[in-house]
Design a protein around this ligand. Structure first.
Ligand code: ASP
Ligand code: MG
Length: 408
């Protein structure tokens, strides 16, 4: 008898009808002769609503209380789903993070999983229950409630699958899997049948919002093979697993786009070299996630440094850097540019193929699209473009790497 973990996101349990649909899927899986555990999110929109409520009460709600509040979203959905399953004549039992033995550490609203003690869950599975666990939550060894960061139910599911040594972990969502590019932007985008953890990670952190990046890191660390698939149909999804040599035959496997990017440039820097450390420390203290970094020293002896970040962080970045300018030089000043987007190509085959960057930038140039900052990893090349160019940029690059073709 196989043990299957199925994760359903907020949109998959967003209405009572959809909750019944999930109940049916779990029952089907059980009837096929398996032990079944669901890990689910709050109904879509609930977490946002709870956050908004908290901010109606006060501007900066204590994070401890925010966690207590946010954890209730998943507590609603697990109970409702168990009721739906029971109503269909099957045994179901819900588990909050604490009841499921999810032990966390770290900060409120972005807790980390220390370990899982799944004996109660395993007992319920042995007793023939369909087990429904709350995603996104756990408790510290002192019993303090933690949530795991937005999208954290993905992490809960992967961690649960590792803890109970599941035979299969399926991440059900509202798309059929991971695509070569966003199909709303690129019409001939295709579903990718198998991806490596690293490709999935690079895609998740460069704009493909299918899964939380941290959960993919966790899966890689613990070797949890998982499948991303659609909760509204029975199509096979995308399997994410350890890299294989077959994956390397293609240089590029996917194109990711990320909108809402902004750039900050500090120019006129005459301070001695540790200025990069000063700037990055100021941004990190302000909890700003810096993405691309470019530095150069101009011929007049003054250095410039540019960073990209999410547009939402632009105001905070300006505020954090303004106070620093006098230390960077008399002529140091800030320039900002918003309305940017980031285009990335990802593929493990890049390690062994040459000319990937050339093909990418040639296709953009031929389409008359200007590129800005560039960043690379071993398996990713990213560039900024004007926000208005991003869709066309995605299409020409997708075509340049033949990603839409049947044999690609
Ligand atoms: N309900 C949480 C959120 O909206 C966790 C999740 O959906 O994965 O972020
Ligand atoms: Mg999600």
């Amino acid at each position: 008898m196989a043990l299957i973990v199925q994760k359903y996101g907020g949109s998959s349990v967003g209405t009572i009808d959809r909750i019944r649909n999930v109940a049916r899927k779990l029952i089907e899986t059980k009837n096929a002769g398996n032990k079944v555990m669901a890990v689910i999110s709050a109904m879509s929109g609930i977490t946002d609503k709870l956050i908004a409520l908290a901010h109606e009460v006060m501007e900066n709600p204590p994070e401890r209380e925010l966690d207590v509040l946010l954890a209730t979203g998943e507590q609603q959905s697990i109970a409702l789903l168990c009721m739906a399953i029971t109503d269909m004549g099957y045994k179901a039992m819900s588990f909050t993070g604490q009841q499921a033995g999810v032990c966390t550490y770290g900060s409120h609203t972005r807790g980390r999983i220390a370990n899982i003690e799944p004996s109660r869950v395993i007992q319920a599975l042995e007793d023939g229950y369909i087990v429904v666990c709350a995603g996104f939550q756990g408790v510290t060894s002192e019993g303090v409630i933690h949530t795991l960061g937005r999208g954290g139910s993905d992490l809960s599911a992967i961690a649960m699958a590792a803890a109970v040594n599941a035979d299969l972990c399926q991440i059900f969502t509202d798309v059929d899997g991971v695509y070569t590019c966003d199909p709303r932007v690129v019409k001939d985008a295709r579903k990718i049948p198998v991806l490596s953890y690293e490709e999935m990670l690079e895609m998740a952190s460069s704009g493909s919002k299918v899964m939380q990046a941290r959960s993919v890191e966790f899966a890689k660390k613990f070797g949890v093979v998982f499948e991303v698939r659609n909760s509204m149909n029975n199509n096979p999804g995308t399997i994410v697993q350890e890299e294989t040599t077959a994956m390397e035959s293609l240089a590029v496997r996917g194109v990711s786009i990320e909108r809402n990017q902004a750039r900050v440039t500090v120019s006129g820097i005459t301070a001695p070299v540790p200025y990069t450390a000063l700037i990055l420390s100021a941004l990190s203290e302000a909890e700003i996630n810096v993405d691309m970094i470019v530095a150069n020293t101009a011929h007049d002896g003054m250095a410039r440094q540019s960073f990209t970040m999410n547009m939402n962080d632009l105001g905070a970045a300006q505020a954090a850097l303004k106070g620093l300018l006098p230390q960077l030089g008399e002529k140091a000043r800030l320039e900002t540019e918003s309305g940017l987007a980031k285009l990335s190509v990802v593929g493990v085959g890049m390690r062994s193929h040459t000319g990937v960057a050339a093909t990418m930038f040639r296709s953009l140039a031929d389409a008359g699209i200007a590129t800005g900052m560039i960043a690379t990893s071993e398996i990713r090349i990213s560039t900024t473009v004007e926000a208005g160019d991003i869709e066309q940029a995605a299409r020409v690059v997708h075509t340049a790497f033949h990603l839409g073709q049947e044999n690609a």
